[in-house]
Each structure stands twice: as C-alpha cells, then as structure tokens.
Design a protein around this ligand. Structure first.
Ligand code: F6P
Length: 550
C-alpha cells in the first residue's frame, strides 16, 4: 500500500465514498437540510481564536464532513503540517523550507533550518525594523537636506507589493496620519509618475522591496526613483538617506548603492506571497508602529497555533480548505468569491489572488506527474455591498456555482449613524438569499405577474461561509491572513502539489527579456517569433518610428 503522503486524492478510499456522497447531497436543497435539522445553523459553526465560522450554509451533510475529514487524514495532512512547522524542506522543487510561521513565532522558541535556530535572527530583524520605524515616525530620520520624511513609498511587485498595500489599506485606521504611504509596482511608468506627482524628493523615503532584487519591474522603478532623487539632490550620498532595501540578496542591494545598515534581511525560506510578516512589512510597521505590528504578528501566531493543535473537526482552516476541495473537485466550481464587508479590506481579495492562485495553480504533483483532477480555483472578489450592485446578479441567478466567503466585523471602526447595522444586515441577507432563494410559489404570493415569474425566482442552494470577527485590528488582520495561508496549505497537501513554487511565472519573464531589445535597435535581424508576435513587434516598432523590417 502507498504511504499516505504519496497517495493522490483520487486514490484515497474517502474519495470514492465522497463521490457517492456527492451523488446524494447534490440532489438536496439547503432548505431541506435546514428544515430537517433545526440546530444546523448553530451546530455547524466553530468559534476559536477570535474567529466565528459558520459553515451551515454549505451543501454538505454530516457524512460529507466526516468523509472530507477522512480525506485529510488519508492525505497525510497531520504529518505535512508537522513537517512545515518543523522547518522541513517541503518546497520540493526549490529545495526550501516554507517557514513563514517562523516569522511570527515568539522570542525564545526554536525552529531549526539547516542546523540553525532561525528565531533569534527573525527577532533581530524585527528589532532593527522597530528602531528604524520609530525614527521615521518621530521625524528623527532626516533626509539628505535635513527634512523629516513625510512620504514613504514601497517599490515592489507581487508578494513584495500586494501584502504591503493590502495591510496598509486594512490598517490605515491605525496609521500615523502625517505620513503619506504610496506603493509602486507596475512597470507602466504611469504608476511611478502618479505616485510621485505631488511629492518632494527631499521628504520622500523609498523602500525597495524585492526578495531577489532582480525583478525587472521593481528594479526599473527603483532606478527611476534613484534618478528622481538624484536629479534634485545631485549627490550620491543622498541615497543613504532616501533608500532602504528589503531583500535576501545582499550583493545586489550593495550594487544599487544602498548601505548594508539600511538593508533589512529576510530568507529564502520565506516565499514572496508569504512575506508580509517578514521585513517586507516595513511600510506597515512605519504606518502603524512597532507595537501594533507585533500585535499583528501575535494574531498570525494565534491562528498558526489553532491550525497546528486543534483537531481537524474543529479546525477552521482545515474545514474551509476541505470545503474548497468539495466544491472544486465534486461540484466542479471554478471560482471562489471573497467578499469582505469592511471597506478597509478592499485590497484583501487582490492579495488573496496571489496567495491562492500562485500557490495552488499547478498541473503536476510534487512528483511531476499530471494531476488527474482540478487544482486551485480562481479567487476573486470586492468589498461586499459594492459587489451586490455589480456581479452578485450572476452569483444569485447565473448558471455557475460560486461558493462565497463572507467576512464581517461586529464592530465598525467608524461608527456613523445606522451605517454598520445596514452593512451587517446586507451581509446576512446575501448569505440567506443565496442559500434559500425564492420559490415560484413565494413569487406568486407576492403578486409578481406570471410572465415575470421565471425571472424573479431565485433557486437558492448557493453555498457560502460566514466569517465573523470582532473588529478589524492588527491582530485580527494577522489571524485572517494566516487563516487563508493555512487553507491554501491544506488544499495543496490534498491535491499533492507544491504550493510554494511558482515556475509558471518564468516563461513570460524570459520572453519579455528577449522581446525588449527588439524594440531598441535601428535595424533588427529577422524576428524569430511566431507570425502573430512578429507582427505585433513590427507594429510597435513602426509606432516608435523604427524600421518594421525583420
Ligand atoms: O513573478 C512572481 C514573483 O516571483 C512572486 O512570487 C514574487 O512575490 C514577485 O515575483 C516579486 O519577487 P521579488 O520579491 O523577488 O521581487
């Protein structure tokens, strides 16, 4: 018999049983499930670590949940979680640990990678970040001409951008308001031009965030920023006062001209999309201060502990991960909508897109074999009520099944009149409408004309999770992010894929590097691409006034 960890999902005994279960459950309506079990809405909930999770509005029976839990066991999830927390090199294709949990492990604990305890160096960097943030926040950190910093610009892309932007927006309420935070990621010059449009270089601090310090977009923006600063300040010594770097690549940082003391390090065992709580979070720390930043790390850690120690049947990321597998692999749902009813979380869906899709968008197993089933779904979403007036139509009445994650907070950070009651009424109402819909009979009883009945019926039976948290604090944000990290992990283990590599981003990068010089020279040798790409290149060359031969 194959060892658990080598067994494909489709080879598990529970998989076959789940297939049978699906045949029955897919015929059931949530209305039936609720009317047959008056306690369902209370029973199918978990409250732990400050998160209330209601999964009663999912198209599952108790048997489904039992079988999904069995699938987790058969897939070796326990061992895989232990392996991650022990710092084993679970990122097989890059031969690296995936140890983001170490970034929020309290001082004094030990996690050993390559024979060394990494926790002291994590805290050493955190202390340096705290010291630097305090200096910037207090105005003690001066620019080259002696002015305090008023603007902090993070330059980075992917994990070196999405985390910082999302966290800044999420925690803006707690941010120091006399500091301006901006984020530049796109190679499109507009991103840079608009970010610096009204700023004075003398009062601007750039944080160059790049794990590799070679990413084309980031380095191009970083060099443009350098020119912008030097154009005004005219002295290379100014760089030390206006640029800091966050990277794993000391040599490249030096080459750029940033002093080693202005570099904040992280390590190859931190994946880009898992790096928000490494030094990549420096802009967040400057915004909210080191104490609140540490509170955010404590929130992450609480969710880590929950994931590590709670039995699977009460384990929120495990249950959410399994429900994701249920819809992805049995109902064949292609997407998941993440719908935060909290304006400050407006960038959370975009952040989750990288976390989930770069992690689990894989077509081969860790052993390099084609997976015989679907892997990661497409994540998308928007803050709640705005979505209601745009794409919710499709979720309610379209032909596609879109499982939804609703995220709501009991307390508003900005209580204004009735706003919060209405916001919460909306999120509860949406989950209710999706689950139970409106029958023909109900529509008729409302006096809807017969010809409109088909248009006005809501079939319901559309599943959703409800996550309830107290209010959006740094700690709560940490919990929420860690929750999704562990959902992704759970699913990756079940699908038997490497959730920590991202080879799929390489080819486009290589081809762009090949095409870029073909826009430059006056004369080009014969273009060697396909006829479409060749024509596109010629067209662009013409628009630049260059010869379009080749
Ligand atoms: O191209 C994808 C990617 O490698 C992401 O995984 C990463 O977060 C991003 O690029 C940025 O990489 P870096 O931090 O090395 O600049």
């Amino acid at each position: 018999m194959k060892k658990k960890e080598n067994r494909l999902m489709s080879e598990c005994h529970s998989w076959k049983l789940l297939k049978e279960n699906y045949r029955k459950v897919s015929q059931l309506h949530l209305s039936q499930l609720f009317s047959g079990d008056p306690q369902r809405g209370k029973r199918m909930t978990i409250e732990d670590s400050g998160v209330y999770f209601d999964y009663s509005k999912h198209r599952v029976t108790d048997e489904t949940i039992q079988l999904l839990l069995q699938l987790a066991e058969e897939s070796g999830l326990h061992d895989s979680i232990d392996a991650m927390f022990r710092g084993e090199k679970i990122n097989i294709t890059e031969n690296r640990a995936a140890l983001h949990i170490a970034l929020r492990t309290p001082k004094g604990k030990s996690i050993v990678v390559d024979g060394k305890n990494v926790i002291p160096k994590v805290h050493n960097v955190l202390d340096r970040m705290a010291d630097f943030s305090n200096q910037v926040r207090s105005g003690q950190w001066r620019g080259y001409t002696g002015k305090p910093m008023r603007n902090v610009i993070n330059i980075g892309i992917g994990g070196s951008d999405l985390g910082p932007v999302m966290a800044y927006e999420a925690l803006r309420y707690y941010s120091q308001r006399n500091l301006n935070f901006r984020f530049i990621s796109n190679i499109d010059g507009t991103d840079f031009a608009e970010a610096i449009y009204d700023l004075d270089p003398e009062e601007t601090l750039f944080i160059i965030s790049s794990k590799s310090f070679t990413t084309q977009e980031t380095m191009t923006n970083a060099w443009t920023a350098r020119e912008w600063v030097l154009h005004q300040l005219k002295d290379k010594n100014a760089i030390a006062r206006h640029f800091v770097a966050i990277s794993t690549n000391v040599a490249k940082v030096k080459e750029f001209g940033i002093l080693p003391e202005n570099m904040f390090e992280f390590w190859d065992w931190v994946g880009g999309r898992y790096s928000l709580d490494s030094a990549i979070g420096l802009s967040t720390m400057i915004a909210i201060g080191s104490e609140k930043y540490r509170a955010m790390l404590d929130g992450f850690h609480q969710m880590d502990e929950h994931f590590l120690t709670t039995p699977f049947s009460r384990n929120i990321p495990v249950i959410m991960g399994l429900l994701g597998v249920w819809y992805n692999n049995f109902f064949e749902a292609q997407t998941v909508a993440v719908l935060p009813y909290e304006q400050y979380l407006k960038r959370f869906p975009a952040y989750l897109q990288q976390l989930t899709m770069e992690s689990n968008g894989k077509h081969v197993t860790i052993n390099g074999k084609e997976v015989p089933y679907q892997t990661g779904p497409i994540y998308w979403g928007e803050p709640g009520t705005n979505g209601q007036h745009s794409f919710y139509q499709l979720i309610h009445q379209g032909t596609k099944l879109v499982p939804c994650d609703f995220i709501a907070f009991m307390e508003s950070l900005n209580p204004l009149g009735h706003h919060h009651d209405l916001l919460i009424a909306n999120v509860f109402a949406q989950a209710e409408a999706l689950a139970f819909g409106k029958t023909q009979q109900e529509a008729r009883e409302e006096g809807i004309p017969e010809n409109l009945i088909p248009h006005r019926v809501f079939e319901g039976n559309r599943p959703s999770s409800m996550l309830i948290l107290d209010k959006l604090t740094p700690a709560v944000l940490g919990k929420l992010i860690a929750l999704y990290e562990h959902i992704v992990f759970t699913q990756g283990v079940i699908w038997k894929i490497d959730s920590f590599d991202q080879w799929g981003v390489e080819l486009g990068k290589v081809l762009a590097a090949r095409i870029a010089p073909e826009f430059d020279s006056k004369i080009i040798s014969t273009l060697q691409h396909d006829s479409s790409t060749n024509n596109l290149i010629r067209r662009y060359r013409r628009s630049k006034g260059l010869s379009s031969n080749g």
